[in-house]
Write a protein that binds this ligand. Structure first.
Ligand SMILES: Nc1nc2c(c(=O)[nH]1)N[C@H]1C(S)=C(S)[C@@H](COP(=O)(O)OP(=O)(O)OC[C@H]3O[C@@H](n4cnc5c(N)ncnc54)[C@H](O)[C@@H]3O)O[C@H]1N2
Ligand code: MOO
Length: 404
């Protein structure tokens, strides 16, 4: 009985949870922390904004100085951004620039466009007057701490740090941040037929796309990737590579291989793992059905199938979500409902993952179901999820898509 996608994902989560618990944290300069997960809850060391300030270029006023019909007020000394202004005198309006500190005694800002005249008096002008409309207290004032108050929770442990989160930390005055240390992965592609790009393509051989595809996926997800070339179909050679990288305990946190897991005569990964704590399970998913999982030399092990699309789908369906769950980073893929632009069929009892392009809530298929179709994959921006109990869908039917 094949294992469900959810059950296999759960097994990958369990495998990584133990390993992640052994990893520590590290302090990094903000920009080096992009894509990492925050190690601990972080409280705001200062309030944002730190002081009440103006949201507009205009006049800071005491709202009670302006009756319903408006009033003519005397113009005081202007407040540029960055200055510490003197208190506002009653009956005065002071020119204030966006972001500048509100003078004590002021409680509202009237934008320059609503003033008559609607220009600031020239520098050095004396006895200038301005006519302003009535204004409710608080208008165009950004109160101190209205974004976040000092001591409040700024970001929770496990938050994935993207540009917005790092920008917040900078706004709070921080220059570095404590993040979870990344997992280091040994990625080994296998197969006698597979050659490194850049070499001549001898008849019967193909270039290794899995190595680049998966290393790129892993790096984007915040993993450190160790490579050791391509292993041929000799199990002893593959075992040597795996031992070299796992023997000294902490060298790698996870091993991922590609290929050699199905039912052929030369299944190098299956053969190498005979006698190890690794099982080969059929998962009710297409592509990416045959999966290896377990530990090698006490290090978590995942054996992805050899077809390139199967590799990407295995990564997106199992490893990436498990990393999100266990480490907090990367952020989970955005999942959207979309209408199918065309019909599709799906094998009975298997969760199918098709590739497609989503645009304005409609998703169209790119290429067929074949797991060798890397060109179609490269044109796609979404994975279309077809549940195991669905065998046919019509144009216009709603599906869930994961945005790549
Ligand atoms: N009799 C059966 N045959 C197959 C079954 C099955 O159930 N019964 N399952 C099929 C499915 S589904 C998949 S997926 C593949 C999985 O095969 P393996 O993991 O053993 O992978 P390989 O046989 O080594 O390769 C499969 C395919 O992918 C190409 N490949 C391999 N490595 C790379 C690489 N690094 N870069 C690019 N392409 C690669 C390889 O040449 C094969 O075409 O098994 C089916 N067969
Ligand atoms: O499961 Mo295979 O990965 O369909 O091609």
């Amino acid at each position: 009985m094949p294992r469900s996608v959810a059950a296999h994902r759960g097994a990958v989560v369990e495998l990584l949870t133990r390993q992640a618990a052994r990893k520590g944290t590290e302090e990094l300069p903000l920009l080096d922390a992009i894509g990492r997960a925050l190690a601990a809850d972080l409280r705001a060391p200062v309030s944002l904004p730190p002081f009440a300030n103006s949201q507009m270029d205009g006049f800071a006023v005491f709202s009670a100085d302006i009756p319903d019909g408006g009033a003519e007020l005397r113009v005081g000394a202007p407040v540029p951004a960055g200055a510490r202004p003197a208190a506002l005198e009653r009956g005065f309006a002071v020119p204030i620039m966006t972001g500048a500190m509100l003078p004590k005694g002021a409680d509202a800002v009237v934008p320059i466009e609503r003033a008559v005249p609607s220009v600031f008096p020239a520098a050095g002008a004396v006895d200038a007057l301005v006519r302003l409309p009535a204004t409710a207290p608080g208008t165009f004032v950004r109160d101190a701490g209205s974004d976040i108050a000092e001591g409040a929770l700024a970001l929770a442990a496990g938050t994935s740090l993207g540009p917005a989160q790092l920008g917040l930390l900078a706004a709070l005055g921080l220059t570095s941040v404590e993040v979870r240390s990344p997992l280091r992965v040994l990625l080994v592609t296998t197969g006698d037929e597979v050659v490194e790009p850049g070499n001549p393509l001898v008849t019967g051989k193909i270039y290794d796309s899995n190595g680049t595809l998966l290393e790129a996926s892993m790096r984007q997800a915040g993993l450190e990737v160790v490579r050791n070339g391509i292993s041929d179909d000799d199990p002893a050679g593959l075992l040597d590579v795996l031992r070299k990288h796992t023997d000294n305990g902490s060298a790698v946190d996870l091993v991922v291989t590609t290929g050699g897991v199905s039912k052929g005569a030369y299944e190098v990964v299956r053969q190498a793992m005979a006698g190890e704590d690794v099982e080969f399970v059929p998962v009710a998913m297409q592509p990416g059905g045959p999966q290896g999982i377990g530990t090698f030399n006490d290090v978590p092990f995942l054996g992805f199938p050899g077809n390139p699309v199967s590799c990407l789908v295995s990564f997106e369906m199992f490893l990436r979500p498990a990393l999100s769950e266990v480490l907090g980073a990367p952020r989970p893929r955005q999942m959207l409902p979309a209408r199918l632009a065309e019909p599709l069929t799906s094998p009975k009892g298997k969760h199918q993952v098709r590739r497609g392009i989503i645009e304005n809530g409609v998703v169209r298929l790119e290429g067929g179901a074949g797991s060798h179709l890397v060109h179609a994959l490269a044109r796609s921006n979404a994975l279309i999820q077809v549940p195991a109990d669905v065998t046919e869908l019509q144009a216009g039917d709603e599906v869930e898509v994961w945005v790549l």
